[in-house]
Design a protein. Sequence first.
Lengths: 277, 313
Amino acid sequence: MKLLSRTAVNTVVGISVLYTLLPVLWLVLAAAKNGDALFGSDLLSWNGFSPLDNLHDLFAMDKGIYGRWYANSLFYAVVGGAISSLISIACGYAFDKYRFRHKEKLFGLVLAAVMVPQTVLALPLYLMASGTGLVDTPWAVFVPVLFNPFGVYLGRVFSQGYVPDEVLEAARIDGAGELATYFRVALRMLGPGVVTVFLFQLTAIWNNFFLPMVMLSDQKLYPVSLGLYTWNSSATVSPEYYPVVIMGSLLAVLPLLLAFVLLQRFWRSGLTAGAVK
Amino acid sequence: MTATLTRPANPPAKTVTPRRREHSAAAVLMAPFFVLLIAVFLVPVGTAVWLSFFGADEPGLGFGPEHTVFVGLRSYLAVLTDPTFLSGLGVIALYCLIYLPLLVVASLGLALLLDSAAARLKSVARLGLFLPHAVPGIIAAIIWLYLYTPGLSPVVELLGKAGLTVDFLGFHAVLPAIVNIALWSNLGYNVVIFYAALQAVPREVLEAAVVDGAGPVRIALRIKTPLIRSSVVMVVLFTLIWSLQLFTEPMLLSQSTPVITARFSPSMYIYDAAFTRNNYGLAAAASVILLACTIALSYGVTRWTNRTREVNR
C-alpha cells in the first residue's frame, strides 16, 4: 500500500514535469531543424539537422533586424529593470522607516495601483505620448515600465526584514545624514531585495507586448516579443519564416533563464516574502 | 506599526531639525516613484475616465470638422449593448471558470505532493516545473501554437496515428487551448510559491497530527492547506487580475485561426476600438468597465476571504 502510494505520487509529479519540459525540448529540437525537416516532423532523426544555418538565417533575415530587436529588449529590460528596482526599493524603504502624515493612505494607493490592468492605461498613455511627441520613440516604452508598485510593497517588506532600526539610530548618533545612511548602509543590506525586484521587473519588461504594440511602429525600435509576433504573422503567408521564428524564440528564452540561474539565491527569498505576507 | 505609534515624542526643543531632516529624506527617496505614479498611473486613469464621457460629434449630414463633445454615458451604453463586447466578457468569465480552479488545484496539489515524504528528486522537479516561467508569454504562445498546428506538431501527428483528429484551433477547443498555454506558463511558478509557504508550516503541528493518527492525505487537506490560505488567496487574486487582461495569447493565435476575432477578449476589444476604429470614447469606456470589473472582483475576493476566516474562527 505504501509502495503503491509512493509510486502514484512520483508518477503524478513526473508527468507534470514532462508537461512543463517537453514543449521546451520541442523548441530546442525544432530550432536545430531546417524548414523541410520541420514539416517532415521527424524531430529525432538527423535529417535536416542545421542549427548553425538557422542561426545564420535568423541574423540575416530582413537585414539582420533580429539583432537589433535583441539589443532593444536587453536595453529596455536590463536598464529599465535596474532603474525601476532602485526607485521602488527607495520608496518602500521610506514607507517602512519614516513617519509622515497620510502614510497608510498613500500606501493604499500604491497597493491599488498593483491591481490596475495594463490594458486600461494603454490608450491614455498613447495619447499622452503622442501629445508630447514621444510616440514611436524608445522612451514611450521605456518610461512606463519603470513604474512598479508591487516593487514598493516588496521594498517595504524587505526593509522591515533586513534593515534593523537600531542601525539607523546608530548612524544618526554618529551624525550621518539620512540620505547618506540610506545609500551607504541600508541599500547594501537591501541588496537581495533589489535583486529580487530587479528580476521581477526584468521578466515583466522582457514579456511586455501590449505597450510596445501600441506605442511603436518603427520596426527598428521593436523588442524581441513584438518582432517575433510580426514574423509569426509573416510565417502564415511565407513559411520560410517558421525556422527563424523558432530559432529566435529559443534565443529569446536564454537571458531570463540565465538571470534566474545566476540570481536564484536572491529571488527565492523575494518570491516567498511577496507571497506569504 | 504599534512601535511607531508608542515611540515617545522627543523633547520639544530638539524635535524640529531631526524630524524635518527625516521628512526631507523621505521626500527625496519617494519622489521618483511618486512622479511616475502620477505620470503613468493617476493621469492615465483620470484621462481614461475623462475620455469615456466624450466622443466625436457627428455633424448632421457628415459635413464640417469633427468636434469633441460631452456625450455623457453614451459610450458606456454603446459598449454595454455591443454584443461583441458582451461576448468578450463571456469569454473571460468562462476562461476564469476553467483556468482558475485548474491552476489552483493543480499547483496546490503538486506543492503538497512535493512537500510529502513520498516525493523524490524534489529540487529537480521544482526546477523543471518552474522552467516555463522563464519563457516569455508571447514565446509560450508561439511554442503552443506550433504544437497545435497540423504538419508542424508532433502532438497532432501522434494523435493522428492513434486515430484521433483534434482541431486545437477549432471553435470548441480554442478556449481550452488558451487555458493550456496559461496553465503551462504559470503552474510551476505557483507551485514554488505554495511550496515555500508549506515549508513555513510549523513542524510541531504536523508531528502532533501524526501522533493523533492522521494520515498523509488528511494532514495535507485538513491541516497544511488551511495554514497556507493567505498564499492561496494571493495567488487567486493575482491570477484573476492577470486573467482579466487576457490579450497576448489570443492575439497571437488569431493570426492562425478565424475563430478568434479581433474583439475576442475585452483587452482586444479596447485595442480594436482605440487603434483600428480610432474610437477613443468607446475604448475609454470599455477600459473603465474592465477596471471596474477588476476592482469589484478583487474586492469580492478579499471580502469573501475575510468572512470565511471569521467563520473559521
